[in-house]
Design a protein. Structure first.
Length: 118
């Protein structure tokens, strides 16, 4: 019988990027020989987790889980196309690019999503 080794990866936040310690990387990371692990841009956190889960790799997620923010109210009224853009963006997991012409209210839409107290 051969010896079975279990590869354990550890994903953690490090003042900006994520670090993936272990001998296996993801398509979202780049090996950094100075620290002996993979660096992943924080914006790829969800993608990296999905990759690790789909690959059935054992890993520990040490990225801190922050408490939810208090829900605040605002009185900004969006136009129909702004509401549609916001709904579409929310249905894609808050991913995507908002493309609207100049002065179409992109900032107003962002205020409603990210700064509900504005």
């Amino acid at each position: 019988m051969g010896i079975v080794s279990v590869v354990m990866l550890r994903l953690r936040f490090d003042r900006g990027p994520l670090l993936l310690k272990g001998k296996i990387g993801t398509p979202y990371g780049k090996w950094d020989p100075r620290i002996g692990c993979y660096r992943i841009k924080a914006r790829h956190y969800r993608d990296a987790l999905e990759y690790l889960k789909e690959s059935k790799l054992k890993y520990e997620d040490d990225v801190p889980k922050l408490p939810p923010l208090e829900q605040l109210k605002n009185n900004v009224k969006l136009r129909a196309y702004q509401n549609k853009a916001l709904d579409n963006w929310c249905h894609t997991g808050n991913r995507g690019i908002l493309v609207l012409p100049t002065a179409a209210g992109k900032n107003k839409r962002l205020e409603v999503q990210f700064y509900p107290f504005a």
